[in-house]
Every structure is written in C-alpha cells, then in structure tokens.
Design a binder for this molecule. Structure first.
Ligand code: 4AD
Ligand code: MG
Length: 432
C-alpha cells in the first residue's frame, strides 16, 4: 500500500493510502467519528463512518486518547469545508503508541505552563505554522543570496574577542584560555569577504543581555551578509530587496500556515513595496520630540516605544540611518561630513516588532580603526588579525545582520519571539 504524507493528499484523491499520524483532537456522534490527524507535514481530518468499518475500529476511534500515534488506512477525498481541502475516509486504524493524560489539552493554558512543556507544545497547529514560516525564511534566504552570487561562510561560535558590546558576552573556558560565545559572526565575515567578495552566514549567536522583553532572546539566529566594494547606500538596497523577497516567498509558499496564524496576506503584501523609506536619526529625534517624547535628547539610543512610534508613521519597514557614533559599535565608519554620526542603519519592522536588521559600512582605514579600538577600551592584540584586513588591500565594505526570530515574529504575526524558535533560551529559562 502507498504510504503518503498529509501534505501530498492532493496527488492521491480517490486512492487508498496509509498515513502515520498522531491524534490532535477527536469528536464523535453515534454513527460517525472525526479524528484531527497530524503527521508533521500538515493537519487534516479523518472521518470514520460506523457502518463502514469493523466495530472495533469505530470503538478505537471513539476512545483513542489525544497524541496517541496511529497508522491510518483510508481513501483520500476532497473536503470543501476545510481550508486544507482534503480529508481521509478511514477504513482501518492501527494503534502504534498510546498516550495518557497528554498535558496540553485543546483548552487555554498559561504561558509558563506551555513553556515548561515546550517539547510537546511544538506539536500544536499554531507552533507548527510558526516553524513553517521560520523554515521558509531560512530557505528563501539561501535562495536569495545564492542567486545574488554570495558564498555561504560559517564563522566560529567560540571566539576570543567581542564583536559587539563587551558587557553582553558569555564567558567560557577554552582549556587554559578565555573564550566567548559568538555575539555576531561579522568580524570573521569581514575576513571572508576579502577572500570571496560577497558572503553570508547563518548561525546561532549569544547575548548575555539582562533583557526580558518580547523581542529579546539569549540565543538567537542571525543572517549576516558582507559585501566588498559596497558602500552604505548600496547595502541598504540589498537589505530591502532581501526583506521584500522573504516576505514574498512566505506569501507564496506558506498560505496554509498564514491562514492558521490568522495573518492577513494583504497586510504582508504592502511590505513588498520598494523602496523602504529612510529617516535620519536626527530627524527621528525631532519627530519623536514633537510627538510626546519631549524628554528624548539627541544622542540617546532608541528604545522600543521610540521604534514603534517611528514605524507607525510608515506602511513598510523603515530604515533609521546615521546614528550617533557614541551609541554604536567600534567598527562602523564615520560619516564623511559629520564627526558625530556613523554610516549605519537599523531596519525597523512595522506593527511594533522593532529592529530586525542592524548594519553599517565598516571602517576600512587602518589608523582610524585602531583609534576606535582603543577608544572602546578593547585590547589591540585581540584585534590584530582584524586590523590586518586593513593592511593588505583594504576596500570599502558593508554588511548587516538580520535577526531571524524577530523577522519570523513580524512576518507570522507572533507577539513574542519565544514562540519563533523551537527551544527558546530566555533570561530565566533553559528548560527544556
Ligand atoms: O544590531 P545587532 O547587534 O548587529 C550586529 O550584531 C552586527 N554585527 C550585524 C552585522 O552587521 N553583521 O544585531 C543584529 C540583529 C538585530 O537587528 C536584531 O534583529 C537581532 O540581531 N538581535 C536579537 N534578536 C533576538 N534577541 C536578541 N537579544 C537580539 N539582539 C539582536
Ligand atoms: Mg542593533
């Protein structure tokens, strides 16, 4: 017999097939039972008609517990009442693994309870849909950068120095040396870009940030492209093309997931309109001061209320460009006409999801970079190799980092980043 996955039902209408599945939910009346089946690829309905099957099969369908695993035999048919469009008319059910007192019932549960049961919560239809969106963004990222001629390069996870703020480093021992978990692959990607011209990375990054907000994870995944012979302006164009591309791919390939998540596709379509607006940090400060943030002074970093207000002024993501030098990283290139700001941009997502990209042109001048390293109180010897990149054929180069979980949260319409990664690491949680 042909064993299929639920997602492929459309190719097997009228055929008798087998499906290995779990029972997500069930209901029954005297003569008919309905099983909500999930097999990891999708969810759909199994229909068991009492008069059609052996009595024990019908009894099993009526009594089977949530999350028991089964091998279903039946005939695929169209089901115009469901969004999925297909169901299976069940002929036989073979019980594979019993399940007793599954903790996550179809009723409402509190967040902490669900987080304690994350290993099981992942099975629910909403979590399944969010992970599909995540998977599609990863797939589309590889597709986009491969099409654009970028090479995928993997920076190390164990590092000897800080790439971003030194206060947020996870320390560990590396035999008799100190090591840190990577905050960003950027510095290594800058070395790679001098070897390969256009590169991107995708990997886990770690920040020992004492932040407990809907946008912060301790461990999160970042896409980090880096481009040689590319200035800040040119980098912004790549960034907006990339983000519009992943939004479009999710629209095209995650229809069912977006439906499950109740995410309005017309809203998402607006986010594919290019170019995205740019506002300078200076103008953003003025705009905020005129709109209820009177206390905000030039030079202060924006918090989420500021970002949310600015984002609310536009229909698409917006770039805030040229932040004060003092609140940004040591490697950013100074503005050619302004000593106090750097050539950088944050891309702010609509609807309050906050900063999804941080990027900049990099300081390519050896002496200026060395000065910056000292100004930041960093040890020059830790950055000798990084400074070397400015000694041997330095070129203007730019890059950026897109935070995967915030991007998934935004595109899928998920309030909190904790649901956008399979096993979130949060300030007070490393279980399960
Ligand atoms: O703005 P960030 O800190 O930039 C960098 O790390 C650069 N080195 C990237 C580069 O130019 N190659 O981080 C980039 C993005 C942010 O815009 C945000 O989306 C995400 O990473 N991010 C976080 N996501 C979840 N939890 C956190 N604690 C995050 N911190 C940053
Ligand atoms: Mg940032």
């Amino acid at each position: 017999m042909n064993r299929i996955r639920i997602i492929d039902s459309k190719n097997h209408v009228g055929e008798e097939v087998q499906i290995g599945a779990w029972i997500a939910n069930k209901r029954s009346s005297g003569k008919i039972a309905f099983l909500e089946l999930r097999d990891g690829s999708a969810f759909f309905q199994g229909v068991i008609v009492k008069s059609d099957v052996e009595e024990e099969v019908f009894q099993l369908a009526k009594s089977i517990n949530q999350e028991s695993s089964v091998m279903i035999t039946g005939i695929i048919q169209e089901d115009s009442r469901s969004k999925f469009g297909y169901e299976i008319l069940v002929k036989d059910i073979q019980l594979i693994g019993e399940s007793h007192d599954y903790p996550i019932t179809p009723k409402e549960h509190g967040v902490e309870f669900l987080m304690d049961n994350r290993h099981l919560w992942l099975r629910s239809s909403k979590q399944h849909a969010i992970m599909q969106v995540r998977n599609e963004i990863i797939r589309a990222t590889y597709e986009f950068f491969n099409k654009e001629g970028f090479m995928k390069i993997d920076p190390p996870i164990l590092t000897g120095s800080a790439a971003e703020d030194t206060t947020e480093l996870f320390h560990t021992e590396y035999f008799d040396q100190d090591a840190f978990l990577s905050q960003s692959g950027q510095l290594y990607m800058e070395a790679a870009v001098m070897a390969f011209g256009k590169v991107f990375s995708f990997g886990p990054t770690f920040r020992a940030e004492k932040s407990k907000t809907r946008r912060h994870l301790i461990e999160f995944w970042m896409m980090e492209p880096e481009m040689a012979f590319t200035n800040h302006e040119e980098s912004l164009v790549v960034q907006e093309n990339y983000v519009a591309y992943i939004v479009q791919q999710v629209i095209d390939n995650c229809e069912q997931a977006l439906h499950t998540l109740d995410r309005d596709v017309e809203t998402l379509r607006k986010y594919t309109q290019l170019p995205y607006p740019r506002i300078s940090y200076d103008d953003a400060v003025t705009l905020l001061q005129e709109n209820g943030f009177e206390d905000l002074e030039w030079g202060i970093d924006f918090g989420s209320p500021h970002e949310t207000f600015i984002a609310s002024q536009y229909e698409t993501p917006v770039f805030i460009v040229n932040y004060p030098k003092a609140i940004k990283a040591f490697y950013m290139k100074q503005h050619p006409e302004r000593e106090d700001v750097v050539l950088c941009a944050d891309m702010i997502a609509p609807e309050g999801y906050g900063e999804i990209i941080g990027g900049s042109e990099r300081e390519e001048n050896y002496e200026l970079l060395k000065t910056r390293i000292h100004e930041f109180g960093l040890k020059e010897e830790d950055y000798d190799w990084y400074l070397d990149l400015r000694k041997y054929g330095s070129v203007p180069h730019s890059g950026f980092g897109l935070g995967l979980e915030r991007t998934v949260a935004w595109i899928s319409g998920t309030e909190h980043v904790r649901e956008t990664i399979p096993f979130p690491r949060l300030l007070n949680r490393i279980y399960p």
